[in-house]
Structure formats: C-alpha cells, structure tokens
Design a protein around this ligand. Structure first.
Ligand code: GLN
Length: 483
C-alpha cells in the first residue's frame, strides 16, 4: 500500500478494503519508523490526523465520493493550517499555531484529504539544500549523506521515502522542481496565479507559487485539480474557468515539438545528468516527438536578477516579524528598538538575515534605480526569451538541476555556489511560467536525475500529458530508495 498511487489509494477506500483511519495509521507508522533518520516532518499530531480521517470515513459512509476523499497527504510547513503549528522552518514561528487555513489547505479539506503532518523546509523557503531549517536538515532517502534539495526538501523526502503518498510544496525559484529532481519524484510549479497564495507564508510574492509533489504526473494532476482555483483573498489569483488537469493524460505525443535551449546544455552541466536527460529526450522522439534547438539568451542573468528581486520582496514581507504581533519575542530588551533588534537577531537564521540585508540595500535610496529597477527591466527580457522560444515549440525540456544531489556541507559555506544550483529553474518563476520535474534516471553516484519540462502559460494539462506519456513508457518514477 505504501507504494500505491492516489487513484489506487482512493480505490482501496471506495471498495472498503481499508478505512481512511487505517490508511492514515499505516503511513503514521512508516513516519514513526523513518522520521528520526530522515527528519522530513517537523510537526506530527496523531490526534488531529485521525480526527480528519474519521471525518473522511463518515463522508465515505454517507455515500460521498471524490478522488482525494480519505486519502492522506502532507503539507509543507509554509501553509497555515487551522490548529496546526506552522513554523515556516524558523525559530521565529516555533510556537505559532495558525488560527486559519490557507486556501490550499481549505481546498484539500473540501476534497476530504487527511493531513499526516507538517513538512520540514528551508527557513522561510530560502535555500536549495534544506540546511537552513531551524529544525535540522532533512536527509535524502536515497543517500543520507546527500541533501534532499530545497526549499521543499521535507516534502520531496517524505514522498520518496513513502512516508506520504503525495505532498504540497512551494516554488519561488525552483523549490518544488529541484528537490523533486534530487529525491527522484515528480513536482509541478503551476503558472503564477493559478493557485492562491492566501495563507501561504510570503517569501517573494511576485514569484511564490504552490504546487503538488507526488510519485507520478497523474497524481500531480489529481492534486492540482484540488489546489487550483480563484480566491478573491489573493489579489494575484486568476479568475479562470476551472479545468480538469488530468483530461489530456492519455493523448499520444505524435507531432509534439520539444524545444531544447542551448544554454541549458552548456558548461556547468554534469555529464551524468546530461546523459540521463538526453536519454529521456530520445525516448520522447520514439513516442513521436521532434526536437528543435531554441535559445534563452538571457539565462545567465536570471540568478543575479532573482537575487535582487527576491530579497527585495523578502525584506518587505519579513518586516512583519517584529516581536509585536505574533511569533518570537526576545526575552530581554530595553526600549522598543532594542526589542525589534534583539527579536530579529535571535529569531532569524543567517541566510534569512543575508536576504533581508541584500533586499534592504537594493531598495534603499540611491541604489533602488541601479539595482531594483534595473532587475525589473531584465526580468522582462528574460520573460521575452520564453515568448520567442514558444513560437518554435510546444514545451521546453532540459535538466532540472546541473548535478545530482550534493553532499551536506558541500555548498553550505558558499552562498553563491548554492545560488548557482538554481540556474535552470529560476527563469521560469521570473517569467511566471509553469515548470515541472520528473525522474529520468540516475547519476554516476546512484542519485536521481530530474528532467525539467517548461510549458507556456496555462499549459499544465499539456505538460502533465507529456510527463505521463514518458511515465507510461519508462519506470523511473516507480523506483524507490531501499530504506
Ligand atoms: N533556492 C532558491 C532560493 O534560495 C529558491 C527557493 C524557493 O524556490 N523557495 O531562494
């Protein structure tokens, strides 16, 4: 059962082979066994999980049905969930119990899924390795010496280790796709505005987007069906007709045009990752697709642009953590300013402080025009590269990450090396485009490789179709670590 996909779990419930309570208990037992070594969950609450499962069992008994009704899932600890401790990976929110549900959480409750707990993450979603969490690093289930990726590393590790059948994540510069790649699972970052950010603790609001993480493209589609939708409480939520993201899964791929950006296969890409990605593309050609070389000439500007804009937005968003309204407050202080200073000095970790300082600097008088405004202009050029590329192709493919999972400590002391590991994912966020990662093989060290698929705006159903067809022809997504 632990390897079952969401449709199979739903069938077990529908056919009364298992109750939702029994299903949740099996996953909780697996979590109890593995979490001490993997550290994917920061908060577990058996009482709350089983209460949700009992409520789902009652709905099932009353004849209600639905693809996620009674199915257990786990949530990144960036989503406020009523009554659950919500830490965002920070000491700042160590004792914060959310008093309301994020839109994403409310949507899953409506669908009847059961929360197994809250998942570890980089502090305030800043990181690519999960080493910045106040609650300790998450280990990669394929090799505990390796990072799981970040910031949704707890989500990716939990799904890879079969502690949860699927999970939520968020992606500001790659945080769904990169950990999915490094842990050998599937993950999708939707078009900006498709999923409401209400109740999702803000990092960089113009880039943040929530999405599903699961074993297969089909499962991602089922989850996105629940997550997506208009929400008037998020001013950037898009008012669109609801769609079934699974509708095109079975479509054949004949005639699909795959754009291969030459900048994504250049210097800096590990040979073993390139080999696995090229093999996946060859498989697509067997399925009837054709490839075309495209160019995203401003690719190398995406990291510098992101590290001006994301910290700028973060410095503003994180100003709310001041020790007054909620969260941590320094135990001893003099006047009000001293209270602010001590609270923020003690409550935030190093990476968060680094971003707040960069962000404050680029927004300050005299530097705003030179950095912030300039970065906004370049952001437009980066987005324009994709508009041009999509004139020649239906989807863009390439590696998700330049290497397989690296070891703990390898990049921890060198922020720039860490930032460079997001070179293939960040531009998608700057452009607001949807992107996903699916497993496509293993590197020389036996660690998973991810294939990135980038679609045009609102092409999620097409991307899921493209991913699903590879998953019908290969079994990379079924491989699980022996843990
Ligand atoms: N690794 C990137 C960063 O540190 C992206 C994080 C994210 O997508 N949340 O900002």
């Amino acid at each position: 059962m632990l390897n079952a996909n969401l449709a199979e779990l739903s069938a077990l419930l529908r056919e009364k082979k298992l109750s939702s309570v029994e299903m949740a208990q099996e996953f909780l037992a697996r979590i109890e066994k593995l979490n001490p070594s993997i550290n994917a969950f920061v908060t577990l609450d058996k009482g709350m999980t089983l209460a949700e499962a009992r409520a789902a069992d009652a709905r099932l008994a009353a004849g209600e049905s639905g693809p996620l009704l009674g199915v257990p899932l786990a949530h990144k600890d960036i989503f406020c969930a009523d009554g659950w401790r919500t830490t965002c990976g920070s000491k700042m929110l160590e004792n914060f119990i959310a008093p309301y549900d994020a839109h994403v959480i409310a949507q899953f409750k409506k669908a009847g899924s059961v929360s197994l707990g809250k998942l570890n993450m980089d502090e305030f979603a800043m990181g690519s390795s999960n080493e910045t969490s106040y609650y300790g690093k998450v280990k990669n289930p394929w090799d505990v010496k390796a990072v799981p990726g970040g910031s949704s590393g707890g989500s990716a590790a939990a799904v890879a280790a079969r502690m949860a059948p699927a999970a939520t994540g968020t992606d500001t510069g790659g945080s769904i796709r990169q950990p999915a790649a490094l842990c050998g699972i599937s993950g999708l970052k939707p078009t900006y505005g498709v999923v409401s950010r209400y109740g999702m603790i803000a990092f960089a609001s113009s880039l943040d987007q929530a999405g599903p993480m699961a074993k297969s493209a089909e499962d991602l589609g089922l989850m996105l069906n629940a997550m997506a939708g208009f929400d008037e409480r998020d001013s950037t939520s898009l008012e669109r007709k609801s769609e079934d993201y699974c509708r095109d899964l079975a479509k054949p791929l004949a005639g699909l045009r795959i754009g291969l950006p030459k900048e994504y296969f250049a210097e800096g890409l590990s040979a073993d990752v390139a080999k696995a990605v090229e093999a996946a593309i060859a498989e697509y050609c067997k399925l009837g697709a054709q490839t075309v070389e495209v160019s995203l000439p401003n690719t190398n500007l995406s990291i510098p642009v992101y590290y001006v804009l994301a910290p700028a937005e973060a410095s503003s968003n994180l100003s709310r953590f001041d020790g007054v309204r909620y969260g941590y407050r320094a135990p001893e202080y003099g006047d009000l300013n001293d209270m602010y200073e001590k609270t923020r000095a003690q409550g935030f970790g190093d990476e968060v402080k680094r971003r707040i300082m960069i962000g404050t600097y680029v927004l300050s008088h005299g530097y705003y025009d030179a950095y912030y405004i300039q970065a906004q202009k370049l952001r437009r050029l980066i987005a324009q590269d994709f508009v041009e590329a999509f004139k020649q192709c239906d989807v863009i493919m390439g590696p998700t990450s330049p290497s397989t999972a690296f070891n703990f400590g390898e990049k921890g002391d060198d922020p720039v090396a860490m930032y460079l590991s997001d070179i293939y994912t960040i531009a998608t966020n700057l452009a607001g485009l949807p992107g996903m990662s699916i497993p496509c093989g293993f590197g020389d060290n036996g660690r998973p490789v991810g294939l990135q698929i980038i679609g045009n705006y609102f092409a999620e159903a097409r991307m899921l179709n493209v991913a699903h067809q590879l998953q019908q022809a290969t079994d990379w997504h079924l491989r699980a670590p022996s843990i």
